[in-house]
Design a protein around this ligand. Structure first.
Ligand code: GTP
Ligand code: MG
Length: 313
């Protein structure tokens, strides 16, 4: 189903939409009409009517739970390249956001590197045979690590490097801009995963203190909505990493929780806590998921080869 097939979209309107980076029927349905109106210069009422026509083309908005279930089962899950983590999570799901939150050095960045490699694996090996966008906000992206991981999975190193699109985001405005611009490039670049490492560090440093909190959260919320829409429009996995902060807890005094409060908590469908144990052992624990018991855990290690199972797997 193409944009030009939507009733009411003629040559001129089509050009306006495409020039504004709206190239698919899904975008017309998922993006808020107001935003499309701003991007294209079309009147908002017109955009509403077009979106209604697009929805009509899908004829039946109601999907039975059975169909939904079949659809979920048939959409491939992305492997992390670590058996224990795959068992824990059932692979990384498309269409939603997965968050990896953890203390310094817990393996968030390493896992993000690995996912930008495993997404390129053939489907029979748990990959999606697609490319990755890696938004690097901390300057910690490492081609050396990618090379090591590509070798481990038996992939051609140059091909793997070529298929990871790295964007360095220098501040929160830039980060927001990068994600907005990414949306329309996803089909042409054949992207299968979008990674933001890390989500919040720019926001935290640019909006310090209580007095800036409301503004910060507002901007963060709109940024997270952009990320959710990308997952939704392309049914693809979106990943972000998050830092851990101390928060007063009525029971234990202080507890360590992912940064960003409710705004971040509500946008990630799966929230995974990463932590360190003695002897280089690391663990992943599910802290929020619609379908996993809270607190389920898996262990892993980080070696020269990448993120791997603990011995004996
Ligand atoms: P922050 O971004 O600082 O919050 O941490 P992070 O959770 O992103 O940590 P990251 O994924 O960068 O993990 C860092 C850890 O991975 C290091 O402490 C090392 O233990 C391990 N690591 C990274 N590179 C290598 C490597 O080439 N070889 C080995 N053996 N370990 C590595
Ligand atoms: Mg990191």
């Amino acid at each position: 189903m193409e944009l030009r097939d939507v009733r009411g979209i003629g040559r001129v309107t089509l050009k306006k939409l495409v020039d504004a980076g709206i190239t698919t029927v899904r975008e017309l349905i998922v993006l808020p009409p107001r935003e499309i109106a701003e991007l294209t210069g079309l009147p908002e009422s017109r955009v509403r009517a077009l979106a209604a026509n697009a929805r009509e083309m899908l004829r039946n908005e109601y999907v039975s739970a059975e169909e939904l279930d079949a659809l979920k089962m048939s959409s491939p899950r992305l492997t992390t390249g670590v058996k224990s983590l795959d068992r824990l999570l059932g692979g990384i799901e498309g269409g939603v956001i997965t968050e990896f939150a953890g203390e310094y050095g817990s393996g968030k960045t390493q896992l993000c590197h690995q996912l930008s490699v495993t997404v390129q694996l053939p489907e029979r090996m748990g990959g999606l045979e697609r490319s990755a966008i890696y938004v690097d906000t901390e300057g910690t992206f490492s081609t050396e690590r990618i090379k090591a991981m590509a070798k481990r999975f038996g992939l051609n190193v140059r091909d793997v490097l070529r298929r990871i699109y790295v964007v360095r985001a220098y501040n929160s405005d830039h980060q927001i801009e990068v994600i907005r611009a990414a949306r329309s490039r996803i089909p042409e670049l054949d992207i299968g995963i979008l990674i933001v490492d890390s989500l919040i560090n720019h926001f935290r440093s640019e909006y310090p203190g209580r007095e800036n909190l409301a503004v910060r959260q507002q901007r963060l919320k709109s940024h997270l909505q952009d990320l959710m829409r990308i997952a939704e429009i392309y049914s693809m996995p979106v990943i972000f990493t998050n830092q851990i902060v101390s928060s007063p807890d009525p029971f234990s005094g202080m507890s360590k929780v992912p940064a960003g409060g409710n705004v971040v908590a509500h946008s990630a469908t799966y929230r995974i806590f990463l932590g360190k144990k003695k002897g280089g052992l690391r663990y992943a624990r599910i802290i929020d998921s619609p379908k996993h018991p809270e607190g389920s855990e898996a262990y892993f290690r980080i070696t020269d080869e990448g993120v791997v199972d603990v011995d004996g797997e």
